[in-house]
Design a protein around this ligand. Structure first.
Ligand code: PGA
Length: 249
């Protein structure tokens, strides 16, 4: 049985004061929610405030990006050790917005995943096709390329520590969710890739989150699919009541 994970990706939203205000409302609403792992991913500048505010709760804090090197002359970048020090336990890697607007590649995803794992962070690695790829029947080709390029060179022990997020790009921020069946089909394919590259056991234990317009009113249908082990939520994670009701699906 895979333990569900509900993660909120705040993107470039929320100052420190807004982070405080969110968590003041959100933490009590999920205080009794023991059925899943809860993750909140604020922007870098709010990580410290968030990590302090969730102390003593079961909520984990993740960053939205990390550099692939241990340290160095990389102006404007943040490394995994810095994230660990301020209380992060996870990091989102290879989000489609990073791939699309910041030229992130499979090779970069691989390096970042390794760097995060080396410092004990849980990488939440995102994969997913754009609309033209889905319409051109290229979904599986794209997922295979992203899976193998980003994760294929991990050791089985490393692979067992990651979370995978399937986020069809056409469903992100568009209000267009993949149907539970479409999502489950992609998840099944990703699990097959994991079984081929690693092992049946690794593949069965892998938790795959769905992301793309997850809302309080569609989470139940998504989570009813045995293949879907959780959600990576953008817009609907910005409001504490909306995100709590997704957590408490
Ligand atoms: P959305 O974003 O829920 O706003 O579609 C999901 C994501 O980008 O992780």
């Amino acid at each position: 049985m895979r333990r569900p994970v509900i993660a909120g990706n705040w993107k470039m939203y929320k100052t420190q004061a807004e982070t405080h205000a969110f968590l003041d409302v959100f933490c009590p609403l999920v205080a009794k929610s023991k059925h899943c792992d809860i993750v909140v991913a604020p922007p870098f500048t709010s990580l410290d405030v968030a990590a302090q505010a969730v102390r003593g709760t079961s909520i984990a804090i993740a960053a939205q990006n990390v550099h692939g090197q241990r340290e160095g002359a990389f102006t404007g970048e943040i490394c995994a050790r810095m994230l660990v020090e301020i209380g992060c336990t996870g990091v989102i890697i290879g989000h489609s917005e990073r791939r699309q607007y910041f030229n992130e590649t499979e090779e970069g995803v691989h390096r970042k995943t390794k760097a995060a794992l080396e410092e004990g962070l849980t990488p939440i690695v995102c994969v997913g096709e754009i609309l033209s790829e889905r319409e051109g029947n290229l979904t599986e080709t794209v997922l295979q390329r992203q899976f193998e390029g980003g994760l294929g060179a991990l050791t089985p022990a490393e692979f067992s520590r990651i979370l995978l997020a399937y986020e069809p790009v056409w469903a992100i921020g568009t209000g267009k969710t993949a149907t539970p069946e479409q999502a489950a089909q992609a998840h099944r394919y990703l699990r097959e890739l994991a079984a081929v590259r690693f092992s049946f056991e690794e593949a069965s234990a892998l938790r795959i989150l769905y992301g793309g317009s997850v809302k309080p009113d569609n989470i139940k249908g998504l989570m009813a699919q045995a293949e879907i082990d959780g959600a990576l939520v953008g817009g609907a994670s910005l409001d504490p009541r909306s995100f709590a009701s997704i957590v408490n699906y």
